[in-house]
Design a protein around this ligand. Structure first.
Ligand SMILES: *[C@@H]1O[C@H](CO)[C@@H](O)[C@H](O)[C@H]1NC(C)=O
Ligand SMILES: *[C@@H]1O[C@H](CO)[C@@H](O)[C@H](O)[C@H]1NC(C)=O
Ligand SMILES: *[C@@H]1O[C@H](CO)[C@@H](O)[C@H](O)[C@H]1NC(C)=O
Ligand SMILES: *[C@@H]1O[C@H](CO)[C@@H](O)[C@H](O)[C@H]1NC(C)=O
Ligand SMILES: *[C@@H]1O[C@H](CO)[C@@H](O)[C@H](O)[C@H]1NC(C)=O
Ligand SMILES: *[C@@H]1O[C@H](CO)[C@@H](O)[C@H](O)[C@H]1NC(C)=O
Ligand SMILES: *[C@@H]1O[C@H](CO)[C@@H](O)[C@H](O)[C@H]1NC(C)=O
Length: 327
């Protein structure tokens, strides 16, 4: 082979093995669902480089493992998960005010989690009229402090939009006075989805029609219990869509756990049974595929990570150049 042909062969082989730049997104966050069995997993989501800029943990205070991170490092979004038994209870409001007075710049909060579903299905099971009272006591005072608030995060059920409309109507009654109708306002609308991409797109369409011009946050989504190829295809198609749509303010993929304890099927998890990032997990963080199978229980050997790739390429390029110079 002539030196020039050899050089071009070397160059094209370098290009072939060089992974494509991973897609990244400022919308991407973490639904934090830690398992105490593997505390080391908690650091995967915040290690550098990570594409995740914000997280929530279904609670009102930051997770201890991330409590040293500031809001600009990794924004914590508090959630008022369910309704207190006394609807005038302001524990949530106090907790958020305490975070703010302690110096944490809380700018967004979530309200109820799947209130239209019963506890058996992971819902917070709240009557819209009860939710409205809790909203008035806890959420409206936060709005007055300038915090942006999300409508309740409902499931993919057809009950969700009617539930939300009823809560808004009940809430409006509570704050209106005879003569002046006032509406309860909100700054963004979270939603959840489990199922295929067409279903996700259709559900987003329903929400866009019900809450025109609102910023939608898809705060739990996945295609559960499918083959790895189908799940990866869903992942790629959905993320491309959510990144592209201006109406989507933020999103968080539900799957930050090991395949062995996944409640949405092993292939939907971002960590393998052995605690390594799966392809989906790596893609979500803006990294390249790891090739680690969800059921892989031993920490698998990665072909390369970014620094070894750099050194391998650098060394092979230098080696080729020296070889070519010598002939
Ligand atoms: C945490 O992991 C253990 C296995 O070590 C499992 O038995 C348990 O169900 C997991 N907990 C949750 C909430 O997934
Ligand atoms: C937070 O910072 C304090 C002081 O530097 C340190 O003692 C503590 O271990 C840190 N906590 C975590 C969870 O990293
Ligand atoms: C709080 O965060 C918001 C949004 O990032 C920013 O605009 C604001 O300046 C921050 N406020 C403080 C006091 O840091
Ligand atoms: C809540 O709203 C629904 C629908 O608008 C209405 O039927 C119901 O009476 C309201 N409940 C209360 C307590 O206002
Ligand atoms: C209040 O909400 C109702 C129903 O969504 C709407 O028709 C009305 O225009 C709103 N009023 C104000 C003042 O925004
Ligand atoms: C949505 O926003 C557009 C452009 O800002 C505006 O023209 C339209 O009236 C808005 N629609 C609603 C329902 O608020
Ligand atoms: C998903 O996207 C990644 C790049 O982000 C690509 O390498 C991979 O082949 C895609 N997988 C599927 C199943 O589309």
């Amino acid at each position: 082979m002539a030196p020039l042909a050899r050089l071009s062969a070397v160059l094209s082989s370098l290009l072939l093995i060089s992974p494509a730049a991973a897609d990244t997104s400022a919308k991407r966050g973490l639904v934090f669902t830690p398992n105490n069995t593997w505390p080391q997993d908690n650091y995967i989501w915040t290690r550098s480089p990570s594409d995740l800029t914000w997280y929530y943990n279904y609670g009102s205070v930051p997770s201890p493992v991330y409590s040293n991170l500031t809001q600009s490092d990794f924004e914590f979004v508090p959630m008022l998960w369910g309704a207190p038994s006394d609807t005038s209870d302001t524990t949530f409001l106090s907790a958020v005010k305490e975070l703010i007075s302690g110096g944490r710049n809380v700018t967004h909060v979530f309200s109820f989690n799947e209130p239209e579903l019963s506890n058996d299905y992971g819902g917070s099971d709240i009557e819209p009229s009860v939710a409205a009272e809790v909203w008035v006591a806890n959420i409206i005072p936060l709005q007055k402090l300038g915090v942006k608030v999300g409508l309740p995060s409902c499931s993919g059920s057809t009950e969700s939009v009617p539930w939300l409309n009823q809560m808004l109507s009940n809430c409006s009654k509570l704050i209106s006075t005879s003569g002046t109708t006032k509406n309860c306002t909100y700054d963004f609308v979270p939603l959840h989805w489990y199922g295929n991409f067409e279903g996700l797109a259709s559900h987003i369409g329903t929400y866009s029609a019900a809450f025109p011009n609102s910023s939608l946050w898809v705060t739990e989504f996945n295609l559960n219990d499918q083959s790895l190829a189908t799940t990866q295809d869903f992942f790629n198609t959905s993320l491309e869509y959510l990144d592209r749509l201006d109406s989507i303010g933020r999103y968080s993929f539900f799957g930050a756990f090991r395949a062995s304890v996944s409640n949405v099927g092993p292939n939907a998890a971002m960590l393998s049974a052995g605690g390594e990032l799966t392809d989906i997990g790596a893609w979500y963080l803006g990294e390249t595929a790891t090739g680690v199978a969800p059921d892989s229980s031993s920490p698998a050997m990665r072909l390369w990570d970014r620094s070894t790739l750099f050194w391998t390429l650098g060394a092979s390029w230098l080696g080729s150049a020296m070889f070519l110079a010598a002939i």
